[in-house]
Design a protein around this ligand. Structure first.
Ligand SMILES: Cc1ncc(COP(=O)(O)O)c(C=O)c1O
Length: 433
């Protein structure tokens, strides 16, 4: 019987593959979007297989996805969740439950990053300490981290922004010297590395996002990595309602005895306050196919980014281009360039030109988070004037460099940029004459 089902599934797979071939694959981006999933029949069949087998919630596919990704990250444990934001929220919650953090403790983060790096810190009664970014890598500056240390500092949360590895080696040495924990936010940095080590493998804990625009995707999704068995237990518990941790659930439904509840079904023993932020098997089955492709997809991103940089290098008086630390591998979640202070044009002018040509743009996400309306009046400590983060806030331009872009798309971007800068130079020279 199973053989028959497998044969039928194979037929469906062939049909889906043929269908996609006829359609020239999954839908392609019409314009140069900032992100686009790279799917084929394998992800579709993974999800389909879950649907026809009614594997609708968290189950064996999630477990397999966790085990595979933990291995890639060189960590003992992985906990899959429904987003990168949930991953950050769960990690900070688990650190508080374990007593490693308490209300009022300070968490050092880069000022320039995404909202849900800072918001769970504030939501849990911790204090974000915003420090500036390095002016070359645009990631958290170790020098600024050192300046930010106080007796209340307990955690440093570097972000490998846009796929560029932060100087995690220096951050780790500061953390070890001062006995601080490190949570690496790798939500934008799948497969990025430093000194041959993948980011996320340096710190005590790491998080990643599988949102649809990221290097690999499950639609929505996230994951947490750690070697800490106690945190793993707490994380698996608060991921689903505050249940008993997974290793006790695995012992069987009536393996738990309590002086009030007696022999109670383990699945309904709630040992702490929790959330429900589980990943579904449908999402995990797509992720299992995506991780097989990660290196290849990243190579394509790197190659497109190289083309962009080659062109933009000619205009380095006007714009700064990505810089990666020696022995670092940037995984280019997107391609960012930043307008230099004396450039004779504004970000509005260049983004309007790009957008009019069908080239989508984004800012450097939150820009400078303490300046955002939702964060201005929230508890915080700001270290220094944040000149780099504010320069990024006002001048960064993020464009797509994902594998769904064709050679024609890339040529179109390069031509549009060349034309923009040629016109700018012509205008500037004319006004000088
Ligand atoms: C640095 C960073 N952290 C966290 C997140 C949150 O991830 P998600 O969108 O999956 O919630 C993002 C989102 O892209 C991010 O860029």
């Amino acid at each position: 019987m199973p053989k028959k089902i497998d044969k039928d599934l194979h037929k469906i797979r062939v049909l889906v593959k043929d269908y996609l071939l006829k359609k020239n694959g999954v839908p392609k981006p019409k314009t140069v979007g900032v992100g686009w999933p790279s799917f084929d029949e394998k992800e579709i069949m993974g999800a389909f297989d879950c649907l026809i087998n009614l594997r609708l919630s968290q189950g064996p596919r999630v477990k397999e996805f966790e085990q595979r990704y933990a291995k890639m990250m060189g960590k003992k444990y992985a906990v899959a969740v429904n987003s990168g934001s949930s991953a950050n929220l769960l990690v900070l919650s688990s650190l508080m439950i374990s007593g490693k953090l308490k209300r009022g403790d300070e968490v050092i983060i880069p000022a320039s990053t995404f909202a849900t790096v800072a918001s769970p810190i504030i939501q849990l009664g911790l204090i974000p300490v915003y420090v500036d970014c390095d002016d070359k890598t645009w990631t958290i500056s170790p020098t600024e981290v050192e300046k930010a240390l106080s007796p209340k500092t307990k955690l440093i949360m570097p972000v490998h922004s846009i796929g560029n590895p932060a100087d995690i080696v220096s951050i780790m040495s500061i953390a070890r010297k001062h006995k601080l924990l490190v949570l690496e936010d790798c939500c934008e940095a799948h497969g990025a590395s430093l000194n041959g080590r993948v980011v996320g493998s340096f710190g005590d804990i790491a998080t990643i996002s599988f949102f649809v625009a990221h290097n690999i995707t499950t639609g929505e999704g996230g994951m947490i990595f750690t070697d800490d068995a106690e945190l793993f237990d707490i994380l698996t518990s608060i991921r689903e309602f505050g249940r008993l941790p997974q290793h006790i659930l695995n012992k069987g439904r009536f393996s738990y005895e309590d002086k009030v509840l007696g022999f109670y079904d383990t699945r309904y023993v709630f040992t702490r306050l929790g959330f429900n932020v589980r990943m579904t098997d449908i999402a995990a089955s797509m992720g299992l196919e995506q991780i097989k492709k990660l290196d290849k997809l990243n190579r394509k991103r790197i190659s497109i980014a190289r083309d962009y940089s080659q062109t933009l290098k000619k205009y380095e008086t006007h714009v700064s281009i990505p810089y990666t630390l020696p022995k670092g591998v940037h995984s280019y979640y997107g391609y960012c360039f930043v307008i230099n202070p004396k450039a004779p044009f504004t970000r509005k002018e260049i983004t309007e030109t790009l957008e009019a040509a069908g080239i989508e743009t984004r800012p450097f996400f939150g820009g400078c988070l303490p300046d955002q309306p939702g964060f201005r009046d929230e508890p915080k400590r700001v270290v220094g004037q944040l000149p780099v983060s504010r320069w990024l806030r006002d001048n960064a331009v993020f464009i797509g460099c994902h594998p769904a872009l064709t050679k024609e798309h890339v040529k179109h971007v390069l031509k549009t940029l060349e034309l923009f800068f040629t016109n700018i130079d012509l205008k500037t020279n004319k006004s000088r004459q």
